[in-house]
Design a protein around this ligand. Structure first.
Ligand SMILES: Nc1nc2c(ncn2[C@@H]2O[C@H](COP(=O)(O)OP(=O)(O)O)[C@@H](O)[C@H]2O)c(=O)[nH]1
Ligand SMILES: [Mg+2]
Length: 484
């Protein structure tokens, strides 16, 4: 009954939003991706470009001068923190350092005043919503019972390379009797070991993908609550669980997690988005080798399936997610020479082929792009012996090392990142050339030195803008059709 009342209330709210929408369209753009994928930098660069007028030849409304003004407006959702645009842009432009890592979701409202193609003055309100990809990966839990989730989590944890880091947890699991009496200490230990296993999967270089429940990794204010104190059990019989058993306890807490964490995220955030960009640090995965790429392929499949899951839920039609365009973006393309940008795009396309087809069936248009929200490098051909190598030039961050040389954060260096293969399948085979044998995982990132943000460059109209790669193409796909 309570659920029904809640649904009616939300449906009424959706109707009100819809009415306002006709006069002053507001669209919500979701920006997600796993931690370090480049969300903060992407939003900062996008807003800077809109507000200051960047060099965006492919973003038609801006390129043809139809955007009169774009400005920041007060953030609309009282319970969500505001995206700290000013601090982020100061770090990049004034200090030439990357914004500090963020762990929270946040939001920013940009109002765009423009002239429609038929000459009318119009306003588009764009709400940009930054949320962790980890939350998205929780959505499948909406359609899974505790028993299904436990079975699946256990199956995955027994596969290479996760099995190695699951040993401690598995050993404890073997001592538990699901039908035995509920026991808080057992639940606490199981949850702790299971959480440590999830952390190890994330930190382990060979398992870039993430496993739900996402809040086990980012508990926020739910840390130590029963809703986060459960773990999979090895179940041999079908339900229902005996009353008062450990199994019943775990199942109850799993239900709480869905009620307290997953449903509110779905209702308050996900179901209200119109457009979505998913940022993927594809280069980091390429750098790690075939295992990481296969893992990334799976994770992206899960992410795209979320858009379909959203459509199948129990909620009424008015609350169904309305996302109709999804952009998958390989970030930090400025680490490569432009001769490899298309190849990077091809690789991401290949990794998301099957999942994209499913999302398109579910009614969303999907596109793939390799971009750099901020281009921190320039290009140069460097002669080495008789060879001319396509290199990128940049100022490596202080402390970055190559072959014993430590950079001071001031000196520019030419970096030869290697060529990406034409055929993405080459990267997925175990003997790929690009993935060099590594002496230790600590050296893994050496082909892509982290470089400092660039200095601003002047556009034709004399505006100081941040250089980028294909950020305008992303914008055109995401909001271009709303500015006609
Ligand atoms: N060269 C380059 N580096 C980037 C770019 N975007 C992100 N990065 C790097 O990736 C790091 C993580 O980016 P951030 O936006 O904080 O990721 P988030 O955790 O998804 O918000 C930054 O500190 C930069 O070092 C880009 O466009 N070019
Ligand atoms: Mg961030």
């Amino acid at each position: 009954m309570a659920a029904l009342v809640e649904e009616i209330r939300l449906a009424a709210q959706a109707l009100v939003e819809f009415g306002v929408h006709l006069f002053n369209p507001t669209i919500r753009l979701g920006v997600t991706g796993l931690s370090r994928a480049g969300k903060t930098v992407f939003i900062t660069a996008l807003v800077h470009g809109l507000v200051r007028g960047g060099r965006f030849p492919i973003f038609e409304a801006l390129a043809t001068g139809r955007i009169a003004r774009a400005y920041l407006a007060p953030q609309p959702d009282d319970a969500v923190s505001r995206f700290d645009y000013e601090n982020h842009i100061n770090a990049i432009v004034d200090k030439r350092s990357w914004p500090a890592s963020t762990r929270q979701n946040s939001e920013l409202r940009v109002v765009i005043e423009y002239q429609s193609l038929s000459g009318y003055q119009r306003t588009l309100t764009l709400d940009i919503v930054d949320y962790p990809g980890e939350w998205l990966l929780d959505l499948p839990l909406l359609t899974k019972s505790y028993e299904m989730w436990a079975l699946e989590s256990l199956r995955l944890s027994r596969q290479h390379p996760r099995a190695d880091v699951a040993k401690l947890w598995h050993a404890h699991l073997a001592t538990l009797n699901p039908d035995g009496a509920e026991d808080e200490q057992q639940a606490l230990t199981a949850a702790r070991l299971f959480t440590e296993y999830l952390h190890a999967c994330r930190d382990n270089n060979h398992a870039i993908s993430l496993l739900p429940p996402g809040r086990f990794l980012m508990p926020g204010d739910l840390a130590n609550t029963p809703a986060l104190t459960f773990a999979p059990l090895e179940l041999s019989t079908e339900g229902p669980p005996p009353i008062g058993s450990l199994w019943a306890m775990m199942r109850r807490r799993y239900e709480s997690y869905r009620t307290v964490v997953v449903r509110p995220f779905f209702r308050d955030h996900f179901a209200r988005l119109d457009r979505q960009i998913v940022l993927v640090d594809t280069l980091a995965a390429i750098n790690e080798g075939p295992d990481a790429l296969l893992n990334l392929e799976q994770a992206l499949g899960q992410v795209l399936d979320c858009f379909e899951i959203g459509r199948k839920t129990i909620l009424s039609a008015l609350l169904r997610p309305r996302i109709d365009r999804i952009l998958l973006a390989a970030t930090k393309a400025d680490h490569l020479h432009h001769t490899s940008h298309d190849r990077l795009e091809t690789i991401l396309k290949r990794l998301t082929q099957r999942a994209t087809a499913r999302a398109e069936v579910a009614g969303a248009q999907v596109d793939v792009v390799a971009l750099a929200a901020i281009r921190a490098t320039r290009e140069a051909m460097v002669r080495r012996g008789r060879q001319e190598l396509p290199c990128v030039l940049g100022v490596p961050i202080a402390g970055e090392t190559v072959g014993g040389e430590v950079f001071d954060g001031e000196t520019e260096a030419a970096i030869f990142p290697g060529d990406l293969p034409d055929d993405p399948d080459q990267l997925l085979s175990t003997d790929n050339r690009f993935h060099e044998s590594k002496t230790s995982p600590r050296n893994a990132g050496f082909r892509f030195l982290r470089v400092r943000p660039p200095v601003l460059e002047l556009t034709e109209s004399g505006v100081a803008a941040l250089p980028h790669i294909r950020l305008d193409r992303a914008l055109q796909f995401l909001i271009g059709d709303w500015l006609v």
